[in-house]
Write a protein that binds this ligand. Structure first.
Ligand SMILES: C[S@@+](CC[C@H](N)C(=O)[O-])C[C@H]1O[C@@H](n2cnc3c(N)ncnc32)[C@H](O)[C@@H]1O
Ligand code: SF4
Length: 347
């Protein structure tokens, strides 16, 4: 029998670098309907790769219990991700359960957008507050290529339209930029969404996982992108919305809204990273580039109380010392690898 944990009674837990625990990203599934070359390249990940079976994935009740424990330790923001989270059956029901947790101030979802026409309204009705849609190019051929040959740009544009119709505004549109692949099309993306209220965010191509064949020369730094965009539409830097925010924000000087840049390679932000990640099979990862996770499913299924769960998570966070992006060059030179794949723990 578990006792509810009052979320107001516990001081936010801090790690060895005094970073608080503030955000939880929950991967609900490791499967995806795309094969983006920077995440889950079709020709690299093993065709006999075994995805999680249904009983290996956390059930919604289990996710909710774990989320409550996180909230009791200081988490205020939840983000659902994957794989492709909309492939998880009844996802709006999970949103509804998470939205009921006292202390949660923000619930967001990251999706490739293809299934939004089917689910946007139900997600909104269930209490989803914010939406991020991945959109790497408006050019049909480039988009198709970057989906690993699985997606069409029209499907994602229909998804964004469905989200707007369901009442989502200020949608974040994430674009991973790869030199020579889609970097020549960034101005089209900016032009299309300037003045709409939505926020295009350019993400530096990262060396997540082990499969994407990352090369530093394929990274287009945010500094270069900012210069290219500002030459066409002058930009003004904006203050961060909150500590630990990953994107550097800029406003268009002509008042047509804002854009963002996520510079994990050229300007690592490990120093104030307050994000924990829960994989679909219940492992806690304290860094996107971690090599292993801390299993919460086993104790949960063995009957751990809410207080036990809270203590396990607090202990693990208190030991956290990760700062991969700050040490990228050194760790790569040493050949330390075996990082978890991004489709397993989400963005
Ligand atoms: C792993 S996906 C999961 C959610 C959903 N399938 C989607 O694509 O939006 C989350 C985010 O990670 C980003 N991402 C994946 N691999 C990346 C990489 N190597 N570098 C930078 N961003 C990456 C994706 O573009 C996406 O915006
Ligand atoms: S980035 Fe998202 S859509 Fe692309 S393969 Fe990874 S999980 Fe799937």
């Amino acid at each position: 029998m578990s006792t509810p944990i009052p979320h107001t009674l516990v001081e936010p837990v801090r790690d060895t670098r005094v970073r608080p625990l503030h955000d939880l990203r929950i991967s609900v599934i490791d499967r995806c309907n795309f094969r983006c070359p920077y995440c889950m390249p079709e020709d690299q990940y093993a065709h006999d790769h075994v995805f999680l079976a249904k009983d290996q994935r956390l059930r919604f009740e289990e996710i909710e219990r774990i989320a409550r424990a996180f909230v009791s330790l200081g988490v205020r923001k939840l983000r659902l991700t994957g794989g492709e989270p909309l492939l998880r059956r009844d996802l709006p029901e999970l949103v509804r359960q998470l939205a009921r947790i006292p202390g949660v101030v923000d619930i967001a979802l990251t999706t490739n957008g293809v299934l939004l026409p089917r689910f946007a309204q139900a997600l909104r009705d269930a209490g989803l507050q914010r939406l991020t849609v991945s959109l790497d190019s408006l050019d049909p051929a480039t988009f198709h290529k970057l989906s690993g040959g699985r997606g069409q740009i029209e499907e994602v544009l229909a998804g964004i339209a469905a989200a707007e119709a369901a009442g989502f505004s200020r949608i974040k549109l994430n674009c991973v930029v790869m030199r020579g692949v889609n970097d020549m099309q960034i101005l089209d993306l900016v032009e299309r969404y300037r003045g709409t209220g939505h926020i295009v965010r350019f993400i530096e191509y990262m060396d997540v996982g082990t499969l994407n064949g990352w090369r530093e020369d394929l990274v287009v730094t945010s500094a270069e992108l900012i210069a290219r965009i500002a030459a066409r539409w002058p930009l003004q830097p904006l203050e961060r919305n909150y500590g630990g925010e990953v994107a550097q924000r800029y406003a268009f000087a002509d008042g047509a809204g804002e854009i963002g840049f996520i510079s994990s390679v050229s300007q690592p932000f490990c120093g104030d990273c307050s994000r924990a990640r829960l994989s679909a099979d219940g492992k806690l990862y304290t860094c996107l580039f971690a090599q292993s996770g801390f299993d919460l499913r086993e104790p949960l299924r063995a009957g751990a109380s809410d207080t036990d769960l809270q203590a396990l998570i607090a202990q693990r966070w208190a030991q956290r010392a990760d700062r991969y992006s700050e040490r990228r060059a050194e760790l790569r030179a040493r050949g330390e690898d075996g990082k978890v794949e991004m489709f397993a723990i989400g963005g």
